[in-house]
Each structure stands twice: as C-alpha cells, then as structure tokens.
Write a protein that binds this ligand. Sequence first.
Ligand SMILES: [Ca+2]
Length: 400
Amino acid sequence: MTPFRNCPILALSLLATAGLLSACGGSDETPLPTLDGRAPLVVGHRGASGYLPEHTLESYTLAIQQGADVIEPDLVSTKDGVLVARHEPMLSGTTDVASRPEFAARKTTKMVDGDATTDWFVGDFTLAELKTLYAKIAPADRPQGNDGKFRIPTLQEIIDLAKAKSRETGRTIAIYPETKHPTFHIEQGLPLEDRLVKALVDAGWNSKEAPVFVQSFEPGSLKALRAKGLQVRMVQLIDADWVDFMTGQTTYDAIAWARPYDWTKAGDTRLYSVMVTPAGLAEIKTYADGIGPWKPYIASLKYTLDAAGKPRDMNGDGKLDWSDASSMAPTSLVADAHKAGLFVHAYTFRNEKRNLAYDFGGDPQKEYLLYFRTGLDGLFSDFPDTAVAARGAYLKEMGH
Ligand SMILES: [Ca+2]
C-alpha cells in the first residue's frame, strides 16, 4: 500500500515542494508516474486465459485469486438479446459447438466487419441453447485439461461474481466490458449499447467512481453509450495490423485492423495511427477517459540485421517472427496521453516465449518492467499472477 493513496493527487507536487509528504502518511517514496499516482492496474484479460478457457466464470475467478484488480469480459449478444462473454461473435474457436450435431445446421456465413466469415454465430442462439455449450481454451499450446467443463457466462453473472468476490476478498474487483463489433451487432438487429447501459445502471454502477471501465475499438459505440447516459470511465482501444520488424513501424494492411469499422462504414479513411497523435488524443478526450493501445505503440520492436543487412534468426528456429525482434526505446505515447488527461492501459501481455521480444530472454517480467517504467496506468494480461508479481517488483524498485 502506498500512502499516496490517501493524498489528493493535485496537492502532491505542492507537498513535495514543501517537504510535507509526511502529512499524507508517507515519507520519501518516489511518486509513481501514472496519471493518478497510484499503482498500475492488472486486468485479467478474458480472465486468467493463459490457464483456463477464456471468458468463463472459472477463468475470471482464477484471475481474481491471482491478484488481478479487474476482470475483462468481451460482450456479444444472443438471439434473445442477452449480453454474454465471448471474444468474437463466432463460437467455434472457444466452444464445442462444432461437435454438437443438434446445431450442425446453424453453421452459416455472415459479413463481419467486411469479411465473409463462416462459423456458428452467438446471435443465432438463444441463451438457453448457448448454455448447453462448453468452453475450450483457444491457443493450441495452452493447457487443454479444463476443456468441456465450463459454460458461457452472461454479463449479469460476471457483475454478480465481481460483487461477491469484492465482498469476499475485501478488495474492489472491477469489470472491464468491451462492446465487440458494435456495428456488426447493429446490422444484426442486436445492438449492445442499450443493454450494457441498463445492466450497469441496474448494478448501481453508473458513475465515474464505479468499478467499471467500458472499452471499444469503435468510437461510435463509446459516444452512443455516453449519449445514452453512461457515466463510467470509457476507453478507446487502438489497434494496428502488425509491426514491420525492419523499421518497427506499425502496419495497417488488413482492413479489419486498419481502422475502427464504424469509420470504414462511414467512409472515414484515417488509420488507427491518427489516434496516437496529439490531435487524435485530444479528440479521444472529448468522449473517453483513457486509451487502450496495442503495446507496440508504447515500445515497438525490430529485427537485428546481419552484415548483409538481412534480419537475423536470433533464436535459431529457422523462422523469422516476433520472438526474433528486440525492443526499441519507448515512444512518448504514455506521456502524451497523460498530457491530454487520458490514462493508458496497454494490451496484451503473455508469458509464452513466442509472444516475447528476443531481448527479454524468455522472462516476461522484463517486458512488464519496461512498460511499467513508462508510467503505464494498467495492462491486460493473460497471466495475471505473472503481472502481479512483476508489479510488485516494479513497486519495490520505486521504493514502495
Ligand atoms: Ca526465429
């Protein structure tokens, strides 16, 4: 615990100048470089999805047990208009739907954000039907031992879990719902926004102080939520397609990751990259409280070149990819966002070697430390226990 938690943050610099920090119960701790001076948040990304099938009550519960401050449900709508947690409106990647003969005829093709997608869609199932499915872990190299055991949760069940765990642990467990493919849901006649506002109002959580962050890639969804009276903290997510490891620049080749789909649909040809400029941040500040950038916007990575100017296969596995590239110096994005009055929560932190830059030497803590030192306000992790341990190391380093 830091004594600064009890200090009005605006008074901190004055107190420091006057040598009066002890008035806050502290002495000589270095203030943290986050927007509010508090310790960065650990968000359990889809729960503790490195360990258990994502977006299940069991995965969220494990994240809370591992010390996550926040659990993160992605929201999609059932046919009967119930908000449930899935990363995408399709079901085959994270459930056993493909092995269920009673639903074989539901497989169909829909346009999702401009891409023809063949799968089973949440919006073609009632909640009662969805509740007969079992979740499975998505990446092939993560433990499959709990596949076929857990069900798909509703937003209401997740709100109830956060409240129950807050009472049980004495910590405040927040939720971080995302409106997933909001334009697609409007096209399907199943808009997410009204139902999300109602659920949060009914939960008694419609205020800036409520333990809720709402996130979306589509600015139109966040603006609609605000217009419908939602008062909670909102977060503009900022994506990119990939990184050009020769230059470290983010790339925008695939349309789905080049810009928000509501921009594409409206003929707005700007890219996500505009959002990280000072003008873009100022625009975001008119409707949101923070940004959720893909992490290379904060510290990108690039290949090491050999004498002939060719990228080196650093880990010698015969392939050239993310895990051969090394971290570059952090950009000014966190500082720029703070200047604009926006907090920054970056995604996504993962333990596997294939997901780590080469210079971290397979140690995820090194990656967390690089990011925490930029003043990052929070991060999404598939492995909340690792993130919490790394935050402890960071706080120790800062004298807390
Ligand atoms: Ca390699």
